[in-house]
Structure formats: C-alpha cells, structure tokens
Design a protein around this ligand. Structure first.
Ligand code: FAD
Length: 272
C-alpha cells in the first residue's frame, strides 16, 4: 500500500497530518506521496512536507506538476529533491489554476518525464497518472491511451490511476495498455468514501464515475452519515478485494489527510 497526503495549511492541520501518518505507520507503506498544488501553488509547503516525511524515515514521493513551470524551476526542484534523498516522484502535467494564463515551458506530462530522465538519468523512480475512465480533456479514449503510452515510453516506471468504482473500467484499461506493449505496474488509486456529496462534486470535476447503483444507494441515505460511511466502506473494501484477487501491483490510497477509513479498509483486507 501507499498513501497520498496534501501539504498542511497551518499548524493545526500539520498536527493532524502527523497524527494520521502515525496511525497508518503499522501498514508499512511502500511510499507516502505529497500532492503539489495547481501551478506550483503549494511548492514550498510540498517541499517542507516531503522533507519531514523523508526525515521521519518514509519513502517520500513528491508530486510534481509542470504546467506553468519553466525548465529552470523544475531543474531546481529536482536538485532539492535529490538533496532531500527523494528517490520517487509522481510526475504530472497538472492543471493551470484559474487566472494563470501562461502555460510555461511544458505542455504535457510526457515532456516532464523526458526532461527528468534527461536531467537526472535513473536517479528517480517515476510514477505518472493513468485514467481508467479517461482523462476529462481527452479527445477520444484511444487518444488518451496513446498519450498514456507516450509518458511510459518517455521513461516512467509505473502509473497510479485516478480513482474509480467500476472494476471493468480498470480491467479494460489494463488490457488496452498491455495490448500496446505497456508492462510497467499500473497501481489502482483508491478513494475511501467519507462524504457522498463531496465525492459527487469531486468526481464530476475529475471525470471519475460513480455508478448509478452506488449513487442511488448513497442518495437514499439522505443525511444519515453513519449509513453512508458503512456502505462506502463495504463498497471500497469489496473493490480492493477484487483488485487484489486480480493481481493489482499495489493499492494507492487517496487519504484526504485522514486515516480512519483507510485503516478500516486495510483492517478488513488483513493488510498490516
Ligand atoms: P497528461 O498526461 O499530460 O494528460 C493531460 C491531457 O492531455 C489528457 O487528456 C491527455 O490525453 C492529453 N495529452 C497528454 N499528452 C499529450 C500529448 N503529447 N499531445 C496531446 N495531448 C496529450 N493535480 C495536481 O494539481 N496536483 C497533484 O498533486 C496531483 N496529483 C495527482 C495524482 C494522481 C495519481 C492523479 C491520477 C492525478 C493527479 N492530479 C494532480 C491531477 C492531474 O494533474 C490532472 O488530472 C491533470 O489534468 C492531468 O495531469 P496528467 O499528468 O495526467 O497530464
């Protein structure tokens, strides 16, 4: 398993972050990744959090998005990561934050991957993003798949997927990737469900589908948060069981800086 966190915004959320990382420690994560705000908006906080996580003995994996960046600024970041002992990066294009017009010197994640390889050779294990239900801006599924292959061919070692609740979408993606000769591990991203309304908003924006049968069941619970949580835990645990049974190379949890739901899912899966 691996866990994703966002850099904390202040002392209170920093304390909560460390509390949650400590709770997840018994699960012996293979790495802990730290997100990077759109257009580099969390650059300093991401760097500080990565530094602390690495100092605490975890394999820290900063996310790094290139949209809006210059080659020089990425070069500096890579040097900082190297000095921090970082060996794994989640390399992304990212999205331009609203109001920021200059796309910078990179257009797509494959260009970032190629740049990192050119600049630093094999220093970093590079993960990229994958979209079993297709990236929302992709012209066609085929285009998205070929663009995914571009990133892998540019030197990515593995991919982490956007979350999904439809295992057929994941299986289809894996089969399509294999058919194109992609053999690197594709790690499913797992989103535990704490609040259905938040999940629904988020899913619309990132292009992840909540299947109708799940949506209808969640909606039927209204404000009954206990039932929403219980159903969400059942659904996500079942998904993880199916993924493990089908040989997924790992599970990457989008923790949303929490630990309770991830811990409970892992307990049910007898992980840790
Ligand atoms: P790309 O792989 O570049 O793809 C973006 C779009 O462009 C796709 O539609 C693709 O089909 C198309 N495309 C790609 N290459 C080409 C090409 N050469 N020519 C033409 N079209 C092309 N966002 C953040 O801001 N911070 C984070 O920390 C963060 N972490 C994430 C972690 C994971 C595991 C995932 C799945 C997503 C994450 N995101 C994060 C969201 C991500 O930044 C957005 O989904 C973004 O819109 C796309 O980034 P990408 O690296 O997948 O882009």
């Amino acid at each position: 398993v691996s866990f994703e966190f966002s850099p904390p915004k202040g002392p209170k959320s920093e304390a909560a972050l460390w509390e949650n990382i400590a709770k997840l420690e018994p699960l012996a994560p293979s790495f802990v990744s730290v997100t990077y705000g759109a257009g580099g908006s969390t650059r300093e906080r991401t760097l500080a959090t990565v530094h602390e996580i690495a100092s605490a003995g975890y394999s820290a994996a900063p996310h790094l998005s290139c949209i809006g960046a210059t080659r020089e600024s990425i070069r500096e970041l890579l040097a900082t990561f190297q000095a921090q002992g970082v060996r794994r990066i989640v390399a992304l294009r990212g999205d331009l934050p609203s109001g920021m017009a200059d796309p910078g010197e990179f257009r797509y994640a494959n260009e970032l991957v190629a740049f990192i390889r050119r600049e630093t050779g094999d220093t970093f294990h590079l993960n990229v993003a994958a979209y079993p239900e297709w990236h929302p801006q992709a012209r066609t599924p085929r285009d998205d798949l070929l663009n995914f292959k571009r990133k892998m061919d540019a030197g990515a070692n593995a991919a982490i997927t956007q979350y999904f609740y439809n295992i057929d979408a994941f299986e289809n993606f894996i089969n399509e990737a294999h058919a194109l000769g992609i053999t690197a591990p594709i790690i499913p991203g797992i989103m535990p469900i704490g609040s259905f309304s938040k999940l629904a908003r988020f899913s619309d924006a990132c292009g992840a589908e909540i299947p109708r049968w799940m949506r209808k069941t969640f909606e039927s619970f209204g404000d009954d948060t206990a039932s929403i949580e219980a159903f969400g835990l059942d659904v996500v645990t079942e998904l993880c069981q199916q993924l493990i049974a089908r040989g997924a190379p790992g599970l990457h949890f989008y923790t949303m800086n929490q630990s309770r739901l991830t811990l409970e899912i892992c307990r049910r899966l007898s992980i840790g």
